[in-house]
Design a protein around this ligand. Structure first.
Ligand code: GLC
Length: 457
């Protein structure tokens, strides 16, 4: 009997210590996860708050006004003729300070420039190869450094676009659609040579510019192992733990990059950025007149930020470094609107679901101010459905006019909050898009029930 008791006691102690150590372990890993989440949040904060960036595609293709890199890859022009554009890449009218001033005025908080596109033409003075703006083009100078310097001077974040594929480099696998140079399995040493080349260029970029953000592209041509994606991530983070990478490094990045189309439903990713052309081309193409209007871009921008993302709006300067006037006009128009509405844009978070308000919305970080983006003329009133909070004050952003509202359909015996009608006279309307701020009593609280009132009581 004594033996059995002793056995039970020991058994009990063992069980307890197992439970304790499992608990300790899971608490430890929970704490570690929490820590890494905090580190991530801290690193991503400026990006999350920035909302707008300007993307710049500038390279050889800007000279003839043809598709960036793809024109020779797809065989619309020979590689030899494509490279002749080096003669026209003069950068004669290039004014990096004026570029940056335009970017700043647009309301963008960062810019991403194609330091090297798939064609392999580098804008900086790289020691790796001589297909660059200093050695190979009429510009005869490093055109990247002065731009980065000008961005920093104006306190804008620096993003470097870098194409993993380099179709002009002789030891890279792909050349054109119809001609592949070699397969990695057959010539691993040759591939290694390419890896040293591209990782060397990345080290250069990190040494020279210490970018706030790397924007990779073209990862589809090889898998993560072949690119050595984890190693590259580590390499860049060792040099600057705060640098942000987009996800086009075979998912070894920090944020998603939907391209051209505004996602219809809210992306699940915590951090994302829609990259979009100003007309239909990434680089300058004189034949492309299909510019989006300022009003359309503002509408898309509102949709993006309302869903918690950033817009990276692309422009394409010409080979001489001048920015086409249509592009300048759009950026200036955008700037006029963003500066008037800054309180509803920067530092806000994604808004409420569309069922409550038929349009984009954002929320202040503490969720007590709801911003409604109203397109066009709502003919006297805008409607919010199912908002439980009492409204303390309503005003027109950038104009200050106080607005009144009426609640319809709420009854004392139900918690259904009714419909709120905000009166909006036409003299407060913005030419592009009006924004209304709604100060709530407490944090936003929504009625999300789908049942009818009577049955649920
Ligand atoms: C695509 C294209 C490229 C362009 C990029 C911008 O991946 O390959 O030409 O630069 O999108 O997002």
């Amino acid at each position: 009997m004594g033996e059995i008791l002793k056995y039970k006691k020991v058994n009990h102690i063992i069980k307890r210590s197992i439970i304790c150590s499992v608990l300790c372990c899971s608490m430890l890993s929970w704490a570690q996860n929490l820590d890494s989440l905090k580190v991530e949040q801290k690193k991503m904060q400026w990006f999350k708050d920035a909302k707008l960036g300007v993307f710049i595609h500038w390279g050889l293709y800007s000279v003839n006004g043809i598709d960036e890199s793809w024109s020779f890859y797809n065989g619309y022009i020979s590689h030899k003729n494509y490279l002749k554009q080096t003669k026209g890449f003069t950068a004669k009218k290039y004014n990096p300070e004026a570029w940056v001033e335009l970017i700043r005025k647009s309301g963008a908080k960062y810019s991403v420039i194609t330091a090297k596109h798939h064609d392999g033409f580098a804008l900086w003075d790289t020691k790796y190869g001589n297909l660059n703006a200093v050695d190979a083009a009429a510009s005869k100078e490093d055109v990247l450094t002065p731009f980065v310097t000008a961005l920093r001077k104006k306190n804008l974040k620096v993003g470097i676009y870098y194409s993993l594929p380099d179709w002009s480099y002789n030891d890279y696998t792909h050349f054109t659609r119809d001609s592949i140079r070699y397969k990695i399995q057959e010539e691993p040493k040759r591939w290694q040579k390419f890896l040293n080349y591209y990782q060397g260029q990345l080290k250069e970029l990190s040494d020279n510019y210490n970018p706030d953000l790397y924007w990779f592209d073209g990862d589809w041509e090889h898998n993560s192992e072949e690119w050595q994606a984890p190693k590259v991530r580590q390499l860049l983070l060792e040099r600057n733990a705060n640098t942000i990478l987009n996800s086009r490094l075979r998912q070894h990045g920090d944020y998603a990059t939907p391209e051209q189309g505004m996602p219809i439903t809210r992306p699940k990713n915590k951090y994302w950025e829609l990259c979009m052309t100003i007309n239909d081309s990434w680089g300058f193409q004189k034949n492309d007149h299909n510019y989006k209007t300022t009003n359309q871009i503002i509408g898309i921008f509102a949709d993006v930020i309302g869903n918690g993302g950033n817009l990276l709006l692309d422009i394409g300067p010409k080979g001489d470094g001048s920015i086409p006037k249509e592009q300048v006009e759009v950026l200036e128009g955008l700037g006029k609107w963003t500066s008037k509405h800054k309180e509803a844009i920067y530092g806000t978070v994604a808004g409420i679901p569309k069922e409550h308000f038929y349009g984009p919305t954002t929320l202040s970080k503490d969720k007590t101010i709801l911003y409604l983006f109203v397109k066009g003329d709502p003919k006297g009133e805008v409607v919010i459905r199912g908002l439980k909070n009492k409204i303390n004050r309503i005003w027109v952003v950038g104009n200050g006019t106080k607005l009144s509202h009426k609640v319809v359909g709420s009854v004392y015996w139900s918690h259904y909050p009714g419909i709120k009608y905000i009166q909006m006279p036409d003299y407060v309307l913005d030419d592009e898009m009006t924004v209304i701020a709604v100060l709530l009593e407490g944090k936003v609280d929504l009625y999300r029930e789908d049942g009818a009132v009577i049955e649920s009581n």
